[in-house]
Design a protein around this ligand. Sequence first.
Ligand code: MOS
Length: 782
Amino acid sequence: MKNTKRVRVEGRSKVTGKRIYVDDLRPEDTGFDFDIAVPVTSRCAVGKISAIDTSAATHVPGVKFIMTYQNAPKLKKVGPLISMVEVGGLLPLQDNRIHYFGQCVAVVVADNLLAAQEAARLVKVSYTDTQTPIVTLAQAQSRLRKVKRAGIALGKLTKGDAKREYEAAAVQLDETYHCAPHHHNAIEIGTAIANWDDDGGVTVYAATQWHHLESLGIAQAFGLGFNQQLFDFAIRMLVGRAKEGKVRLNNMMSGGAFGRNLNMIHVLLAAMAAKQHGKAVKIVLSRAQTYTMYAYRGEVNQRLRVGVDAQQHLSAIVQEPQVAIGAAGDFVEPVGEAPMQLYAHKSHFLQHRVARLDLKGTGWMRGPGISSAIFAVESAMDELAHKQGLDPLEFRRINHADVNPENGKPWASKSLLACYDQGATMIGWQTRPQGGSYDAQGQLIGYGMATSFDLGRQFPASARVTLNPDGTATVAVAAAEIGQGIMSALTTIAAESLGLPHKRITLQTQHTKLPYAAGSIGSTGTFSNGSAIYEAALAIKARLFKWLVKQKDVTFYKHDPSTLHIDNGEVVGGDGQRVPLETILAYYPKPLSHHAKTGRTFGMGSKFAKASFGAIFTGVAVDPLTMVMKVKRMVGAFACGRIIEPLPACNQILGGMVWGMGQALFEETRLDPNEGSWVNDSLAEALVSTNADTPEMDMVFVEEDDTVAHPLGMKGLAEVGLVGPAPAIANAFYDATGKRLRKLPLLLEDRLTTPSDRKDSLASAVAAEFARLPVPTPVEVV
Ligand code: MOS
């Protein structure tokens, strides 16, 4: 790649505070005045609303309108594309039934935020027919049922007779791994503005990961040409062209999304409130409301049986996940995608079972399914290595999958072995101290590692690239910048594909009026949209060169068009002659524009399997008495194909590793089992990794050529950083203490009370002491 000077496209505006987020918008920015809306949420989990008393609320000065199920617009069914998430199954304010604690029961609109919040507190909702909610998998065993699909993956997979192979295995492991529910906890709380236009359409300002999908849900709910919208959406997906629907979505910068900013309830509520109120509104959530207005990652339990033959090869993987889903929506954590593609193995069996809990619907969250699955598999690999007296890294090398074990396809590229080598070197794996040694501070030392993995996919996308007569280019692609740096990466792909300096590229993104683009989901956005830009650039250059070689008075007359290229804004001939592009374009008879559509097959049908891989290595120090653990060092080596923009790519991965550490040590949204409410619904109490927790970290991208699958040579790059740190830390904790923890997060109480495999250790003696303590009797609260 040419070393042109690159900038983070939206970087300056962010660091100088100039970038406008939804909540910053003022009437002078939107061009219309708006009131402020605040939701009221239920204080009951299961039941019916018997009465809503708004008399006190309406007397608050400034209050203009209160929307409840009694006066909210009746919405139409939303689906099938959106049926996975809650708004596909439970539209807000449609009747008096309550399905979970924190469900929206009213929206208060006032001319200022304080009045709306004050009035929201005064709305009195009474409930009847209340029931004790079922909110954990342990309580919901009778609700479990098998499913055919999990997310966009299959719910059931089989290869060979895995149960028989397991019984015959030389070494067996049969354990259950548990992952606690947790929320995205983005810094941005959640705001949206909706204004009904004169033509019956609606203009929306929101921060979404996929504005075309977001607008489709709203269009369906309000019947703004349901079939037309669905048809348009399909057309946009497949051919990238359709007129803009009646939902005009201005996508703003997001202050963190991580999977939650899709089909958001509060965006729909804003449109509903604006419609009934007869004036534009801006809806503003409270921090606590983000725990029940956005989706989250539900609880997952996985029984895993793994068999290994006498040659130390995996012979059977039997995975039986139980996945919690919410009261509405059919999003199921696809826990089975990763285990069946990670290592070579003879047979497998997977069946997802789900239980519908009396909670808000679950949804996409960073590393959906894969991060929970990898915790189980990579913990199990560590356990199995110990059972066989093998180095955990060696055991993984022995079981390296040279082809995709699920479908037998060759990998387009796979540099996992290089990741193992480089990661091991970075942390000093071969010369690490014996697990359970003491450091100079008297802390137990442990090292652990895990493989990380993320599937690569390509989504349908389109982009329109126009070469302007002055030698600049305009790239219209409705990609969603959610902080990952996609604007910068797409600018680079455009500059490189066209042979122009970066500063000559103008990128248009963030609006539904632009040509259909893939959303920023599942680590697919940059590759999917980049490939559309790349194809458009190829078409434009081909057209230009074909015309150029026919121009009698021009340098390249009668050249072979295939010998021409553009470099740094100049057309270059096979003989090295250079002519500025703008000189040529001044004579080109028509606007030079091309709208390319790519990814119609979702990358399926390729003869190659595609995935990104990585290896995480970590070193921890554990206090032998208190079991307080400090992650001292974490490194990762990743193979993600070609890295378009190293800085944001590195940010993604390091940020993911920090989150992975949080998943290991802290992240759990806790439930009050009687009330069915999330109890730590604030940033003060929902613990996440902070700078003080973050150790010295380092990461490298392993050089990798993936151009056999696509000329851009790109793979998914984002979520792979989050996948791996949690099991690596759990494995390091085992190395330090001899205690195997199979439950995320690795809670201090579990660290203390779990018996150690090292019977002679201090950790073992402490656990024995704890085992002798009387179980405290719960205190009755009167
Ligand atoms: Mo990702 S869970 O699609 O942000």
